[in-house]
Design a protein around this ligand. Structure first.
Ligand SMILES: [Zn+2]
Length: 449
């Protein structure tokens, strides 16, 4: 009864004006919200067990009786991973009619993960996006330009759903060269600009050279950004740069920053969050379970991102708890100006190049405000360095068009550093193939969240 009343309040809140919605959602007591989340969780679990071949089989194997489960933590060692999505296929997870699908690529394998969604989910997420953008100050009189990549990516879709409700002017440019975007965007006098962080950094460098115009805020999603790069972007525009945190699998935002930018306020209405194997600081892999009525529910989905849950109240006054800024990935994948890259990407680029050793290492760092991808490669003959470097460039261009394009857009710098064969590993048994130095600089910030 209580749960249905809360769901009714939520329903009314999400269908009213964004301002009223914030007020109404803030009135729902935490205990009532928790009761609703648990009820939604039980419903998700029941439907998944009935209709999804993947979940049915996994629960059967583990002897899980879903009727007795009240909280995700009671599912023991059961998790869903990106590898499950890839190997089982999206159909094995689907429980309802799907209207669209999005994909993620370049994580740990060349095979994309496909995720199905319904129009109802798009509408629901659009409403929440509208409310959040309203909280950040977006109004119907604003003029929005977006440089989100439209290719199989969920973010432009969610953004459009939100902006349609807010009713503001909106032009979708796609992820084009930042200089071209600058010239073509300016005549529209945009007051709010959306893009990926590495793109936003390059775009802002161009704005510094050619002249920024007054904007209300900038909004970036899709990857992390260092606090020093964020400050630089904000100085150029004289306006805040907000980030959100999400995955295509989650259909957009798992959380988004408020004006204080102290972590991401969690979307507790639609997700159950857990931290897997937390360390002494409470940091571990973030796991989420979807609670909305999804075409393809995800139960205890492993995000591969390391963070912690922050439950102390935020000074902005919004009652929803937060996720701290993402510290790093638990797999070897990194998200940087090059794109979402894992070891397999670099293996693939080196394939077929003669005269190189078996070992290589990529170190991600900063080159000014941009990401630096420093690729250490072993060659047996120093005179072949030029030829090897040319082959690396040719293979990157031919095999990974997107990563090459991001280089042409100057979203990152690529340096190839040569070593003698056998020298990279030294005496180590295992060579860490991707090392991300960027998180060091941000560790101080994370600790203050
Ligand atoms: Zn806040």
């Amino acid at each position: 009864m209580l749960t249905s009343l809360v769901e009714l309040a939520e329903l009314i809140a999400l269908r009213t004006s964004p301002q009223r919605a914030v007020e109404l959602l803030g009135l729902i007591p935490t205990s009532a919200l928790e009761a609703m989340r648990r009820a939604r969780f039980r419903r998700t679990l029941r439907i998944a067990a009935e209709r999804s071949p993947f979940y049915r089989e996994e629960f059967r194997k583990r002897g899980i009786d879903v009727g007795r489960i009240e909280h995700p933590s009671q599912l023991g060692d059961f998790y869903t991973s990106g590898e499950d999505l890839r190997s089982q296929g999206a159909e094995a997870f689907r429980v309802r009619h799907a209207d669209t699908a999005f994909e993620t690529t370049g994580t740990t394998s060349p095979v994309p993960k496909r995720v199905f969604f319904s129009r109802r989910e798009i509408a629901d997420m659009g409403r929440l996006s509208a409310i959040w953008l309203h909280v950040l100050g977006l109004r119907p009189t604003d003029r929005v330009l977006s440089a989100f990549d439209c290719s199989f990516w969920v973010s432009p879709y969610v953004l459009r759903a939100g902006l349609d409700l807010l009713g503001c002017f909106h032009v979708e440019a796609g992820k084009i060269e930042p200089g071209e975007f600058f010239d073509r965007a300016r005549p529209y006098h945009p007051t709010v600009i959306f893009g990926e962080p590495s793109w936003m950094i390059r775009f802002s460098e161009i704005a510094r050279a050619r002249g920024a115009w007054p904007v209300k805020f900038l909004f970036a999603g899709g990857e992390n950004i260092s606090e020093s790069a964020r400050r630089e972007v904000e100085e150029i525009w004289g306006a805040p740069l907000y980030l959100n945190y999400g995955q295509t699998e989650s259909f957009g935002a798992l959380g988004a920053e408020c004006r204080l930018k102290n972590g991401y306020h969690r979307n507790d209405l639609y997700f159950f969050f857990e931290i897997k194997d937390p360390d002494s600081d409470g940091y571990g892999e973030i796991i989420y379970t979807t609670l909305s009525q999804r075409a393809m529910p995800l139960i205890r989905y492993r995000s591969s991102d390391l963070t912690t849950l922050v439950n102390q109240p935020c000074e902005c006054g919004i009652s929803m708890g937060r996720l701290a800024k993402i510290r790093s990935r638990s797999d070897e994948m990194v998200v940087c100006g090059m794109g979402n890259v894992g070891p397999w990407v670099f293996d693939e680029v080196l394939k077929g190049i003669s005269g190189i050793g078996d070992d290589w290492q990529v170190v991600i760092g900063h080159a000014g405000s941009r990401d630096l991808v420093e690729w250490h490669v072993e060659v047996d003959d120093a005179s072949r360095r030029g030829a090897v470097e040319a082959s690396i460039h040719a293979n990157l261009r031919g095999r990974f068009g997107d990563f090459w394009r991001n280089r042409e857009l100057q979203l990152y710098e690529l340096h190839i550093v040569f070593h003698g064969v056998g020298s990279l590993r030294g005496h180590a048994r295992k060579l860490r193939r991707i090392v991300d130095h960027r998180q060091m600089a941000d560790a101080a910030h994370v600790l203050t969240v």
